[in-house]
Ligand binder design. Sequence first.
Ligand SMILES: [Cu+2]
Length: 144
Amino acid sequence: MPISMKRSLWLGAAMLAVSSLPAFADTTVNVDLTGDAGDKMGMMLDHDSVPAGKITFVVKNDAMATNHEMVVIKLKNKNDEIPMMKGKHRVDEDKLKSMGEVEDVEPGKSGEMSADLKAGDYLLLCNLKGHFEAGMTSHFTVTK
Ligand SMILES: [Cu+2]
């Protein structure tokens, strides 16, 4: 084969090797928000444990007619009790350490946020009224 063709094959192989290196890659976590008022609601992640570093959450609202959000809370311990605001059906975020959030995602829409997260236990939740109690929460672990 001509030399130029050999060269491009070699370049292709080299690029493939580089792109498959796992180290130092940013991590993306896809989060699915589901459910409408009066129905079961949920939050599903494609990874519930990722290595420490810059983590991007891509949040999709799959509900028919209800806005949702996703808040990232850093827990001290995995089994920390989550404080509620009395009579408000919402989590008391002031008593927790928030690492950021994707606010008010409309049905069918997506949003994203990135955060530099250290190893530890985290909780993701939707804090619109009643949604945490309806099941919109998920534990999330960042490993060293
Ligand atoms: Cu919600």
